[in-house]
Ligand binder design. Sequence first.
Ligand code: PMP
Length: 313
Amino acid sequence: MLNLLVKNMQIVRIDMLKGKIWLNGELVEWEDAKVHILTHSMHYASSVFEGLRVYNGKIFKLKEHIERLLRSAQALKLHSKHDYDDIFQACIEVVEKNEIKDGYVRPLIWRGAETVKIGAVNNSINSMVAAWEVAKPAKINELSLCVAKWRKPNSKTFPVDIKSSGNYTTLVVSQLEALENGYDDAIMLDENDYIAECTTSNIFFVKDKEIVTPKTTNCLNGITRQTVIEIARQNGYKVAEADITLNDIPNFEGCFITGTASEIKPVTVIHFKNQDYTLPNTEVSEFLLNKYREMAENYDYIPRFIYSNSNTL
Ligand code: PMP
């Protein structure tokens, strides 16, 4: 069984875990899953990835995540010999082999180290899937957000609905800056000053029985976002997608973020224009989290999906 990442409040290094990683079709030991320092994707962020969660030994929304991974790979011209079924099986295999009950799964597709030419047409295309346990938080922390100084790159720059490593440059820097300044995360605005999302999650605002979230023009249409909208509507909430600015924040009573890793977390403070705005209503996010967990914990795999264009990329 894999070590928990946090043991007695000590952070355990992810690269020092024990277990099996699926690498280009084979299961290898954790410590042997290595790449060369001249790997193309390390220099130019020419890779794509996914983040999935395991509940009760099953990977929640596995199909949706693999579809997005393959869409991301297509956008980066990462023509892998491993198709939908290979990655689907690889995800299940690493969860089973490592005996993960509640955990995280990380697939990655990347360009190899044969040359460092930008247009490395003949470089190998590699795939891996790793999985490890994560402890469920005993208590849900209320988050505080600031506003990032960088803008979310728009969809004319590159598709925003994929998880390519290059899309994360701005997000990594913005999250680091938020943490340095004592906040849990940052709101990313788009080029038109509309709220797009947070660095690794979507954002929702609450007023009475109404929930509003940014349109997907300049954010990732998260799998959790879509699930939460569905759950909320099934439970009598009105959910609207709208253009939201920072000036709208004082009109809301609650706020929460959604994402595979973070699930649904309440946000109670947003800092902008030198002021802290409080959003005390956490009831809606607590309700949705309970419903979301119920769904995730009772999830089972749906029958094989045929990837529409071709079986291999
Ligand atoms: N936006 C960004 C930028 C993200 O990285 C994530 C996490 N994948 C999300 C939103 C939430 O997406 P999902 O619910 O599919 O995990």
